[in-house]
Ligand binder design. Structure first.
Ligand SMILES: C[S@@+](CC[C@H](N)C(=O)[O-])C[C@H]1O[C@@H](n2cnc3c(N)ncnc32)[C@H](O)[C@@H]1O
Length: 246
């Protein structure tokens, strides 16, 4: 569900707790080729080949993660410690649930994780799941209700399916990021953090200005698990100044 499904996987891997893939699958595996079935298009053959040869896909499967995206959150958390026991966390664009799994594990029994996606998700013990379009008017209130108090961390990995029309795609990406930030500013406790998927190469100045006004520190981080040829990157904003600052 990343913006581009077509590229090949990153094999970099992060270090430490969650992202170290240098040992994944043992020594470097020989690249496998996929036979082009008559009914399979060239692009889906390429996608399949990339999946088969992607060490993050293999490692996600081995660890029982619902998606390779789980490694992106682990690697972001390694660079900037975000997830702590007892936190209230909102996970936007959560399906199939890789980030949610990591969040549930890290916040522990005393924490709370509320995950939202427009798509259905398999139940995930320890998380409240909401199937809803985040851009629907009722979404923020429903999330807040499930959260039961101010959030410590708002995560957004939301990405709308691409239309093939670059300007439309860009506008949709920015709209999702802006909506996620507006929500974060509403629900975060002072000192809280916000992580959001954005795409390089577009005008995000107003988003960046708003982030800088609301958070003490704003970083752009591209985790190793994010495919090198994808324009995807993440803003990690920490030290929320409090609702009065916006
Ligand atoms: C890259 S995937 C998320 C992967 C997820 N973080 C994981 O770890 O498994 C992006 C998700 O954003 C969701 N999404 C896109 N637009 C949305 C919207 N308006 N409201 C809710 N979810 C949305 C998509 O349905 C998709 O599941």
């Amino acid at each position: 569900m990343s913006q581009r499904r077509g590229g090949s996987g990153s094999t970099g891997g992060g270090k430490g707790r969650g992202g170290d893939l240098r040992s994944a699958g043992g020594p470097r595996r020989l690249k496998e080729r996929v036979k082009t079935a008559k009914k399979r298009s060239v692009s889906s053959t390429r996608w399949l080949q990339r999946q088969i040869n992607d060490p993050f896909v293999a490692e996600a499967k081995a660890r029982g993660f619902r998606s390779r995206a789980a490694f992106k959150l682990l690697q972001l958390d390694e660079k900037v410690p975000l997830l702590k026991p007892g936190q209230r966390v909102v996970d936007l664009g959560a399906a199939p649930g890789g980030w949610t799994q990591i969040a549930v594990e890290r916040v522990g029994r005393k924490g709370r994780v509320v995950a939202l996606d427009i798509l259905p998700m398999e139940p995930l013990p320890g998380a409240e799941l909401l199937q809803l379009d985040f851009l629907e008017e009722s979404a923020p209130a429903r999330l807040e209700q499930l959260l039961g108090g101010p959030a410590d961390l708002v995560l957004s990995d939301m990405a709308a399916p691409t239309t093939g029309h670059p300007q439309t795609d860009h506008l949709r990406i920015v709209a999702l990021a802006e909506a996620a930030l507006a929500f974060a500013v509403e629900v975060l406790a002072p000192g809280g953090a916000f992580v959001c998927k954005v795409f390089q190469g577009g005008s995000e100045k107003s988003l960046l200005d708003s982030l800088k006004a609301n958070f003490e520190k704003v970083r752009h981080i591209k985790p190793a698990a994010s495919r090198a040829e994808s324009a995807e990157t993440y803003v990690v904003a920490t030290g929320f100044r409090g609702a009065a600052a916006s």
